[in-house]
Design a protein around this ligand. Structure first.
Ligand code: GDP
Ligand code: K
Ligand code: MG
Length: 271
């Protein structure tokens, strides 16, 4: 039986390795990703050895600027993992959700695990995980790996993902950007699977070097895409990479304001 892969993805210091060790125990193997000196670590779940957890390098983004980012995105796009377990430091919710928005665009079923809940509680922040799950459209599990809390719930969600995991809806951005992205999507080469079209459209819009050079497109199509990008830059009044960054942050601040309340603000609103 071929093993099912779950990719463990998160920012550096979000608790990935701690969670990986808890879930896999001594069932681990360590090596290097081909061609780069980035550690490759995978392990079978203690509770179900048919599921392999892949501890991807800690990253802040899926841009092509560091070997870690390239390793992570190549794995996610090419190795067909069954799901992503995105672990975040929930005490730095906004910053950590920046990677989450990008992962949602990959077309892979996903679970969000809110780690460091002990720190969140100490800071007096109330996080409503149901609202977060609703606004992101994926299951959300609160946990504290060092306190060994929430781990069983994460395993339950992993099991559910194999039964009825679905590809998440991607975040929707400014209408003017959405028009450009859907036009680019129409021009993508045929070999790009439907569920990855969103990701490739955004990467082309950002003029991502790796994606541009790896995909075969005629000069005519390349020019059409460039025209769409430069027209959108003119309309919105910013460069394409900044447009995407701003839209991600707008989306994140909407999500955070919906599901996150500081205890002090809460008391103020009640008085
Ligand atoms: P990685 O860089 O994502 O692999 O993160 P690590 O697993 O190495 O964890 C980074 C640091 O955060 C370590 O010192 C962990 O002990 C700590 N840590 C992990 N999970 C938690 C948690 O739930 N609560 C707290 N307070 N610390 C945690
Ligand atoms: K670390
Ligand atoms: Mg680590």
């Amino acid at each position: 039986m071929t093993k099912k892969q779950i990719a463990l993805v998160g920012n550096p210091n979000s608790g990935k390795t701690s969670l990986f060790n808890e879930l896999t125990g001594s069932n681990q193997s360590v090596g290097n990703w081909p061609g780069v000196t980035v550690e490759k670590k995978e392990g079978k779940l203690k509770k179900n050895p048919n599921i392999v957890l892949q501890d991807l390098p800690g990253i802040y983004s899926l841009s092509p600027y560091t070997p870690e980012e390239v390793v992570a995105r190549d794995y996610l796009l090419q190795d067909n993992p069954s799901g992503i377990l995105n672990i975040i430091d929930a005490s730095n919710l906004e910053r950590n959700l920046y990677l989450t928005t990008q992962l949602l665009e990959l077309g892979i079923p996903m679970i969000l695990s809110l780690n460091m809940m002990d720190v969140v509680e100490k800071k007096g922040i109330r996080l409503n995980e149901e609202k977060l799950a609703y606004s992101l459209g994926i299951p959300v599990v609160k946990m504290s790996v060092t306190k060994k809390e929430g781990l069983a719930n994460a395993l339950v969600e992993i099991d559910k993902l194999f039964v009825h995991g679905r590809i998440p809806d991607f975040p929707l951005y400014d209408n003017r950007l959405e028009v450009a992205l859907s036009e680019i999507s129409e021009l993508l080469p045929d070999n790009i699977p439907t569920h990855q079209k969103r990701w490739y459209s955004i990467k082309l819009f950002e003029r991502d070097e790796t994606v541009c050079s790896r995909n075969v497109m005629s000069d005519k199509v390349k020019k059409e895409i460039e025209d769409i990008i430069s027209m959108t830059e003119e309309i919105i009044g910013d460069d394409s990479e900044s447009i995407i960054i701003n839209e991600r942050y707008n989306y994140i601040s909407q999500v955070v304001s919906l599901c996150c309340v500081k205890e002090t603000d809460y008391k103020l609103s009640m008085s």
